[in-house]
Design a protein around this ligand. Structure first.
Ligand SMILES: NC(=O)c1ccc[n+]([C@@H]2O[C@H](COP(=O)([O-])OP(=O)(O)OC[C@H]3O[C@@H](n4cnc5c(N)ncnc54)[C@H](OP(=O)(O)O)[C@@H]3O)[C@@H](O)[C@H]2O)c1
Length: 311
């Protein structure tokens, strides 16, 4: 199986470069045509819409895994046209080209497609109502892919973190080393999800060759607030020797940090479909964090629910 991996230098893309070779030959692509270590790779710029069908024709993959996206949530409010081009038009065009060539498409979306007023974990078919430009552009991407007729899997994830890239874990570790006290938001709830888990689950799904079409939620189980997540990060940072001591953590409401963008207050996603129908086991977020921070690092397999074998 030839797998074209778009966004190979992002948080999720970096982990997919590790996990996808288990299922086939991986052709990484970045916007610049270089991997972070300088190795040349395919150059695919999602903003250059007219070039996308040609790139597929040239590379001829069996599957496209699209981990590239416009992810600057605050900036999207003032760059809506660019956010829509990369998150909606490009995936729609890619999906159309995939349908023409008989290529399957795996794409990632977000909890931000929901309004955040839910009282129970969001299911795949719950009503969407994005509250900001980023969420709306990602929803438009989902809709364009769904309408394309291509074989596709849209994996909605949330609160992504890891030891690479820009994310909450890395910000906390940096601030924790610099400050004695930190104010952290405690009125937004979600499912912190490590990038390695998303990459391992994606490889499991592709490797299992399940005939797939549609939207599936992919997050670690359980839920917490940013404040709860920060507390756990500092517990593990001290336990693994990354920090000498934890800063004082003060819970604050979101209004403490005014931003140009509305973020959903409740972002918990229901993963019954992934775990039940697709048989992919998911760890609790606390265990996933411990594995990420653990001395042996994050490379652990995803186990299928009810199955002791490693997939
Ligand atoms: N991060 C989260 O908390 C979160 C939450 C929910 C869903 N998601 C979704 O999960 C997926 C992966 O996100 P991530 O956290 O891995 O994001 P990320 O670390 O910001 O990576 C995004 C990747 O997209 C690439 N990219 C941006 N514009 C591009 C363009 N015009 N052409 C080609 N590549 C382009 C970036 O390349 P450059 O380095 O060249 O800019 C980067 O490799 C995305 O679909 C995102 O929407 C993320």
């Amino acid at each position: 199986m030839r797998v074209l991996l778009l966004g190979a230098n992002g948080q999720v893309g970096t982990e997919l470069r590790r996990s996808l070779p288990a299922v086939g030959e991986v052709i990484p692509a970045t916007r610049s045509g270089q991997l972070p270590d300088g190795t040349p790779c395919e150059a695919v710029d999602l903003a250059a819409l007219a070039t996308l069908p040609g790139a597929l024709g040239r590379i001829r993959p069996d599957v496209v895994v699209n981990a590239a996206a416009y992810t600057a949530v605050d900036r999207a409010e003032s760059e809506a046209e660019r956010a829509y081009r990369i998150n909606a038009e490009a995936p729609g065009l890619l999906a159309g080209a995939c349908r023409e060539e008989g290529i399957a498409l795996v794409h990632y979306s977000t909890d931000y497609v929901f309004d955040g007023r839910g009282l129970r974990p969001y299911r795949e078919d719950d009503r969407t109502d994005p509250q900001n430009v980023y969420g709306a552009s990602k929803l438009a991407g989902e809709q364009a892919i769904t309408a394309s007729g291509a074989e596709h899997l849209i994996l909605r994830t949330a609160w992504v973190y890891g030891l690479h890239g820009h994310n909450f874990l890395r910000t906390m570790l940096r601030l924790g080393a610099e400050r004695d006290a930190l104010d952290v938001v405690d009125d937004q709830r979600g499912c912190p999800t490590p990038s390695w888990l998303i990459a391992d689950a994606t490889a499991s799904l592709l490797g299992a060759d399940v005939p797939a079409n549609g939207i599936v939620h992919l997050v670690a189980t359980g839920e917490t607030s940013w404040h709860g997540f920060a507390q756990a990060i500092f517990e593990d940072a001290v336990a693994t020797g990354r920090l000498e001591h934890a800063p004082d953590l003060r819970p604050v409401p979101s209004s403490h940090y005014p931003t140009p963008v509305r973020r959903p207050a409740y972002s918990v996603l229901d993963t019954l479909r992934l775990q039940g129908t697709f048989g992919v086991g998911l760890p609790h977020w606390r265990e996933a964090l411990a594995r990420t921070m653990g001395p042996r690092g994050p490379q652990r397999p995803v186990r299928r629910a009810g199955d002791d074998s490693v997939s």
